[in-house]
Design a protein around this ligand. Sequence first.
Ligand code: NAP
Length: 476
Amino acid sequence: MKMQIGGKAVDACSGEFFDIINPATGELIDRVPKGTEDDAAIAVESASSAFNGWASTSPQQRARILYTASGIVRQRQDELAFLLTREQGKPLAESKNEIEGFAHVLEYYCGLASSFHGDFVPVHQNGYAFTVKKPLGVCTAIIPWNMPALIMAWKIGPALISGNTLVLKPASNTPLTNLTLASILSEAGLPPGVLNIVTGPGEVVGESLVKSPKVKKISFTGEARTGKRIAELAAGGMKRVTLELGGSDPMLVCDDADLEAAVAGALRGRFYNCGQACTAVKRLFVFESVAERFIKKLEAGVRNLRVGNGLHENVDMGPLNNRRQWEYIKELVADVEEKDEGRIITGGRVPEVSTCSKGYFFEPTLIVDVPRESRLLKEEVFGPVLPVGQVKDLDEAIEESNNTCYGLGASIWTKNLDKARAGCEQLNAGIVWLNQHLKVAPEVPFGGTKESGIGRENGPDALSEYLDLKTIMLKI
Ligand code: NAP
């Protein structure tokens, strides 16, 4: 596939390409252009030329195009899901869900088309004022490989409906679904240059986009370390940033919780997308009084998970997306074993399926008796490994949960209203779930506190991240 700049499919200035590999089989799926600083500059120019035209259309006209695109995406859901599974690895059902999510997010922003406008404000003794909301100009979106379609929608939905133009840099492991979705938007009538996609290394293409003087805003999703680098670069041009970074979400299971429901929540919360979700359950704390029963049930559930190629039937968990992530998880678990930092009660190995297919598979893994200082509790474990700790009461559970530099999501599982309220109020996170985990919806804000990021996506407030507010004072 080629990059998409100015409504055309183009190669990189360098003439070079890089390989896209199926993580379940190691097979080559496709090759995409290895974009350079020049390609980033051409894409920004293209977005800049398209800006005035796009900003002067009405939000309703923009909504019609986005709505047409979401209709095409729905019609082509199976084909897009197949492509997503091939490049990302997740089971087909999860890919279908994500493609449906892409369409749903665009439709949500179409619904907001008539909602953003300024205000008329009487000013005491000084007459009147009014405010107007204007698009910012050229924006940049940089996205990761774990949910490439959904996160693309979280960024292009609010940016485009509010009249901005965009250059998007997909993750180098998963650009194919993004490129196909961009071509669907063109087919739906998006004018050339309004959405441009440049493939290539983050350090080259991503940094060029962030530094470009014509880029007014950067919306980034990815690792905290990369987010800090982007914040530093953006500060030079005093640019707006939205940073959606890592998380180490805790799940608290209280003594009165519905244990069956909590087990199901932990299985989905940790092992969905092979554990590669920013709001996955990354640390689990269970009350001592129910720990034995809960862990037994959870262990049985983990042992039942079927690992394999996401394109095959009856697969619950696919491979990790890439070699780097696979090596990290193997090394982490080996380190835990070597330092005796916990007891693996199931999993912990590369399964048979991996040696047969050259895929990046790892067994779903449960580890107990993990000491506080272990890497398992300190780092963002982006893979299918769940440390389970025991706590004596809610105070200790909340203290342990908040003992992290992250603050993305957290969940509390209880039927007791007082405990639920304490959890919802005291857990330090951008989103707190009660008796569920991982659920997100375009209608509600999403984002983190502490080192999990700056700003929010989704919900009506996401639009203000892409709009400038101007005040006009009148003396009449
Ligand atoms: P990553 O390594 O930070 O990469 C994310 C994107 O940034 C990729 O497109 C990458 O390009 C690009 N990039 C890398 N270095 C860059 C630089 N110096 N300047 C500009 N762009 C650069 O993250 P990842 O490994 O793909 O994704 C996993 C992380 O994303 C996890 O930490 C996860 O928690 C987080 N995440 C957060 C959310 C949220 O909403 N909070 C959602 C999903 C994922 P290349 O691919 O070319 O390296």
